[in-house]
Structures are given as structure tokens and as C-alpha cells.
Design a protein around this ligand. Structure first.
Ligand code: FAD
Length: 491
């Protein structure tokens, strides 16, 4: 099934020509994609399967925001052709456009609580990054540059969802990349398509989206055949997704797992078994020079990651407040200081996100969040992450383990006694238990562990981000000042 034709067909039956409702979005995922669950069983329908269903429902709610009066103007925009389209695909031309994207991330976060790293508005980020370096792509091949413009235009028209495929499969890293069988590469080519063989990893949210945005990164030993930037339909014959072990149980409820019920963001291994990718989706091929632009093309994605985490951090601060008030610890100076530390983390991240917009740059007519501020903000956000999560856990004290399920609270045998022995400050014992469940899901559940790891290594691990900060933060003026000052002092 052709993904675009399928989306176009589904859109004809809805209220807007270029926007999918939640239900239309769900229908669009029944497109013949090959997905296997964590027990190697085929997932016939990702909208129904226990591993993927909840996340799909959460994404459907985000799609419905496009039709909600109070959010429509934030999550959609009216294009130059007079048509309303998904905000994510708007090519930002100025600071205001970026600011609207920032607000959109906040609105989506109110649905997801920020626990999905690749929500619908994230998908276009890599394609917008390609637009930022379109002059370099044009020099390689004008048709490839045109392919990118067409892909963005078509994606905006069809409300398409996408996620990134960047990292290589984790085999022995001391073996040169082209000698690793798993390395994705071009193994054939006709006038119409290239043939891809090998694998990619993670592609977080893969089962929830329509396309992967494929982007190889330069590294030692990479040969031209593995140098490819492209968009790849998830349901293309020869592509299969094998899910990692699930982090949540099947029968959960919003009392026991107030965050877990939103579903888990899937990660998977993606096999490419001689996939024939139409050339209209190829954005760069066998151009090793271009791969050095990864941190330029990745800037929107990295800014989104930083901004989403900044909204999440505000939730950390809000949760800390709710928690200490419920425990009656909010007047204790040391507790207030811990809450202040968590708040400061949120404020710093918000400042980085704002500043990256305020000091945006213009590349090829596209407004780009300030790359140096994005890298520094991201580095701070991931190096402090564990610290902040640990403080939140600390504030919860025994509540993280002294928690009981909805079934226990509903049981006549225990509910009265627990209610009498465990009341909070101005909240019942049961309400206090729910707050602890929320903190558990936010800091300590299997899903929280996966998310914490995601925050730190998705896109690039801390050591690599540190190197980018080293290279991109300008110290030359200050260093010259210090040298001059010391020269004077030495006289
Ligand atoms: C939950 C999760 C979701 C993810 N989602 C996506 C996704 O949606 N799309 C996608 O493309 N990728 C995704 N990734 C993959 C992620 O981008 C990579 O894990 C990350 O870039 C690190 O690469 P690696 O795992 O190949 O590290 P490896 O090369 O296997 O190295 C392991 C570790 O060694 C260290 N290391 C190795 N080489 C270097 C180096 N040159 N400089 C500094 N440190 C180094 C780092 O600490 C690194 O984490 C996801 C990963 C996780 C865990």
C-alpha cells in the first residue's frame, strides 16, 4: 500500500483536507506494516495490540488537538495557499514561527507529559534540518534538494508523522563500519529506486508513524554506500520492526500507573531486507562530505528534545510542590531548597529553549534555533537529569514504596485502616498514594528508567554532546581578553 495515497484517501473522508483526526490517524496505521512484538509474534494492528495500543491512543489525542478551538491555532497554521496544515511541517522563516513551534511542544506535552521523545510535531525536525543546508545538497544534486522540498510539502498536505533513524546497530565497535553486516547500505540501484540492506536501531515511536527519516552520520570507516539521507515509508516491503521488551504490564489503570497509562514509546530493531526505496525519497547519496553536516541538520531535533525536556522539567517542579505540600514537609528549609533546585533546573532549561529562539540564525532563508545554545542547554539538561530525578525521589521518602494498588484501596478489609493511618496534609491517604504513584511513574518505574536513558543518549550521548559544546561555544573573545589582561598584569 502506498503510504501517501493511503493518507490522501483517508483525508478525503474527514473534516479537513490536510489534517487527520485521531480516528483517521489510527486508520492510517493499518497499512500493512511488518511489526513483531517482544515475543516475536506478528502485530496485525498496532492500534489494537497491547504493546502499541496505548501510545497510539495518546498520539490520536494529540491529532485531535488540531480540531480543538483552543489549541488549533497553536498546533496548526494557515499556509500561503490558504490551507490549514500541521504546524510541525511549517518551514520557520522567523523568530515568531519558531516561538509557535515552541508553544506547540508545550501543548503536546500536556497530553503526553513529555514522556514521548518523538511525538507528532517532532517528526519534521530532521527534514527542516535538511532545508537549513539545502545549498550544500543542491551542490550535490539539484534533484535531491527538490526531493526534500517536495517531501516537506507533501507531508504538510497529508499530515504525515515521521521519526528518525540515525544510529547504527550495536555490534563490535572496533570492527570498521563497512565490515559490519548490520550497517545499512545501498546494494543496488535502478533509475527508479535504490536497494537498501542492513539495519537501523531504535527509531523510537516507529509503529506510531508513517515514515522514517534516515540520516547516516559520518564516522570512522564509513564507505559511500552507507552514506544516505532519505525518507522511508515504514510499510515499505522488506522493512520489519522487532520491538524491545515492554516496560509496562498489560492490565494497568490510571490510579496505579498515572503516567504508564499513556503508553510506552516503542523502540525496535529495524531490518532492511533488500528494500526498494523510490528515488523521490532520496535526499543525499554517497556524499561523505555532506555527512559532516549532521549537527547542523540535527539542530531542530536537538532543540525539540531540549524544549520538550524543559516542559517536562516544569512538571518535575510542579510535582515536587504537590508532593511536599501533601506530605506537610513544605515548611522545612532543607526540603524547600531541594524543591528550589528542581525549579532552577526547569528555569534554566526554559531559558535555553527561549534563548535559542531569540538568538536564532538564518540559514538558506530558514530560521534555525541557535546551535551553540541548543548544544549547551542539552548538555546541561542531560548531565543534571539524574540529579533532579534523584531529588524528586528523595522528597517522596517512604511514599515511593509505601504505595498500594487500586484493588487494595477498594478492599473493605484495608481501605479504612490505611485511610486512617496514612493521611496527608489536606489530602486523604488515598490521594496521597496517587501522588506517590505519579512520582513512581515519573522517576522509578521501568518506563521511567527507559526514558531516563533515552533523555541522555537519544540523538547523541553526553560525551559527544560535550565535544560539540567544546567546539561550538565561542570562547575566543573572552580568551583574548584574558591573554591581554595578563599581558598587562605582567608588565
Ligand atoms: C531509548 C533509546 C531510544 C533511542 N531512539 C533513537 C531514535 O529514535 N533514533 C535513532 O537514530 N537513535 C535512537 N537511539 C540511539 C541513540 O542515538 C544511540 O544510542 C546514541 O547515539 C549512542 O550511540 P550507540 O548506542 O550506537 O553507542 P555505542 O557506539 O554502542 O557506544 C556505547 C557508548 O560508548 C560511548 N561512546 C562510544 N563512542 C563514543 C564517541 N565517539 N564519543 C563519545 N562517547 C562514545 C558512549 O557513552 C556510548 O553511549 C535511541 C537510544 C535509546 C537508548
Amino acid at each position: 500500500m502506498d503510504t501517501i495515497e493511503n493518507l490522501q484517501k483517508i483525508l478525503t473522508s474527514g473534516p479537513q483536507p490536510h489534517l487527520l483526526t485521531g480516528e483517521q490517524y489510527k486508520a492510517s496505521l493499518r497499512d500493512g506494516r511488518q511489526v513483531f512484538d517482544d515475543g516475536a509474534k506478528v502485530i496485525d494492528d498496532v492500534t489494537e495490540h497491547p504493546v502499541t495500543r496505548r501510545a497510539v491512543d495518546t498520539y490520536a489525542k494529540i491529532m485531535d488537538l488540531q480540531f480543538n478551538e483552543s489549541t488549533q491555532d497553536i498546533v496548526t497554521f494557515v499556509d500561503t495557499d490558504g490551507q490549514r496544515k500541521a504546524r510541525g511541517w511549517q518551514v520557520p522563516r522567523n523568530r515568531d514561527d519558531l516561538e509557535m513551534k515552541r508553544r506547540q511542544i508545550g501543548v503536546a506535552n500536556e497530553v503526553t507529559l513529555g514522556v514521548f521523545g518523538r511525538p507528532p510535531e517532532y517528526g519534521p525536525a530532521m527534514s527542516l534540518g535538511f532545508m537549513g543546508v539545502i545549498d550544500r545538497i543542491e551542490r550535490e544534486n539539484e534533484q535531491f534538494a527538490e526531493n526534500i522540498r517536495n517531501f516537506i510539502d507533501m507531508s504538510a498536505r497529508t499530515n504525515l508523522l515521521s521519526t528518525d533513524l540515525i544510529a547504527d546497530a550495536q555490534s563490535d565497535r572496533s570492527v570498521p563500519r563497512m565490515e559490519r553486516p548490520g550497517t545499512l547500505r545501498v546494494v543496488g540501484e535502478t533509475d527508479d529506486y535504490v536497494v537498501l540492506r542492513g539495519s537501523k536501531v531504535a527509531g523510537s515511536s516507529g509503529p506510531n508513524v508513517h515514515f522514517f527519516t534516515l540520516s547516516s552520520v559520518l564516522g570512522e570507516g564509513l564507505g559511500p554506500d552507507a552514506a544516505i539521507w532519505a525518507a522511508v515509508p515504514v510499510n515499505l516491503p522488506g522493512i520489519s520492526l522487532l520491538m524491545r521488551p515492554r516496560t509496562s504490564q498489560q492490565n494497568i489503570n490510571s490510579f496505579d500507573n498515572p503516567i504508564g497509562v499513556l503508553g510506552e514509546e516503542s523502540d525496535q530493531f529495524i531490518f532492511f531486507d533488500d528494500v526498494e526505496l523510490p528515488k523521490k525519497y532520496v535526499f543525499s547519496l554517497r556524499n561523505l562530505d555532506l555527512l559532516t553536516a549532521f549537527f547542523d541538520t540535527g539542530v531542530y531535533a536537538l532543540w525539540h528534545i531540549l524544549t520538550r525536556l524543559s516542559f517536562r522539567a516544569e512538571l518535575f517542579a510542579g510535582t515536587a510542590q504537590v508532593l511536599v505540600e501533601a506530605l506537610g514537609t513544605d515548611k522545612i528549609p532543607a526540603v524547600r531548597r531541594t524543591v528550589a533546585d528542581i525549579s532552577a533546573y526547569a528555569q534554566v532549561l526554559k531559558s535555553f529553549s527561549f534563548a535559542a529562539v531569540d538568538r536564532c540564525e538564518e540559514w538558506n532563508g530558514v530560521a534555525v534555533p541557535n546551535p551553540s545554545l541548543v548544544s549547551a542547554g542539552r548538555y546541561y539538561s542531560i548531565t543534571e537529569y539524574d540529579n533532579v530525578i534523584s531529588k524528586l525521589r528523595d522528597l517522596a521518602g517512604q511514599g515511593l514504596v509505601s504505595r498500594w494498588s487500586k484493588d487494595v484501596w477498594d478492599s473493605p478489609e484495608f481501605s479504612d485502616k490505611l485511610g486512617a493511618y496514612l493521611p496527608g496534609h489536606d489530602v486523604s491517604a488515598r490521594e496521597k498514594n496517587l501522588i506517590s504513584n505519579f512520582v513512581w511513574d515519573m522517576t522509578s518505574s521501568l518506563g521511567a528508567a527507559r526514558l531516563g536513558h533515552f533523555e541522555k543518549v537519544n540523538a547523541t550521548p553526553p560525551a559527544a554532546v560535550a565535544e560539540i559544546v567544546y567546539q561550538s561555544a565561542d570562547r575566543s573573545t573572552a580568551a583574548e581578553f584574558v591573554r591581554n589582561y595578563l599581558r598587562e598584569a605582567a608588565r
